[in-house]
Design a binder for this molecule. Structure first.
Ligand code: HEM
Length: 185
């Protein structure tokens, strides 16, 4: 039988050098993360003396219907846009109560909180990628990554206020908000 290749984990390290300069690290809920000057992504050479390293893998959709996916695909733009010189890395952990629920119960909470309709309001200004960490023995369940132009940062902050007021966020017990500026090379 053919063996499946091991899952490739992306690595985000708070280090002395990297592609992004860290402008702030704020704990929203639970324990924060130690200070670091740069974020090195998949860059072991820069991550030598890392203050912390977080890992996650992109994965299949859990809560998105086919029509929701079509709506997203029509409106979203990809990572790496030249104008998107700001980013946020927001690691999130959810409670044991969340993980004890069945799939349909979790989808109901996600839907009641309007996560997707709220998020759609900020596309295409904000580009995003979700990494799953829970099944990889990591301290957070998810690493969420967002890229946007500097003039979109206020809108991004407003989105966070709206999302954090949703029922889904009652199940978040650790969240750290790391803001970044792209290092020009
Ligand atoms: C930029 C606008 C956003 C859009 C369009 C969006 C959309 C989505 C979608 C479609 C999913 C479900 C993925 C699936 O089917 O598995 C999802 C999951 C998730 N999003 Fe967002 N989102 C946005 C912003 C945010 C923000 C700002 C945060 C964090 C502060 C966030 C945190 C998460 C987390 C942690 C999950 C995983 C939830 C779980 O599996 O339990 N999202 N998002």
């Amino acid at each position: 039988m053919m063996e499946r290749p091991a899952i490739a984990l992306s690595r985000f390290a708070g280090a002395d050098a990297g592609q992004w300069q860290i402008t702030s690290i704020d704990e929203f809920r639970g324990a924060g993360l130690p200070a670091a000057r740069f974020l090195a992504i998949d860059d072991d050479a820069s991550a030598g003396n890392a203050a912390w390293t977080l890992r996650g893998a992109s994965s299949n959709l859990r809560y998105t219907t086919a029509s929701e996916r079509a709506t997203l695909q029509a409106r979203q733009e990809g990572l790496g846009r030249p104008a998107a010189t700001r980013a946020a890395l927001i690691p999130i952990r959810k409670t044991a109560e969340w993980w004890a629920m069945a799939q349909d119960e979790r989808r109901a909470v996600y839907e009641r909180g309007s996560h997707l309709p709220i998020g759609l309001d900020y596309l295409p200004g904000v580009a995003r990628k979700l990494y799953h960490s829970r099944d990889h023995g990591e301290p957070f369940d998810f690493l969420t990554w967002f890229e946007f132009a500097p003039d979109q940062e206020a809108a991004f902050d407003h989105m966070l206020v709206r999302l954090r007021a949703c029922a889904e966020w009652d199940y978040v017990d650790r969240e750290v908000d790391i803001r970044l500026t792209r290092v020009m090379r």
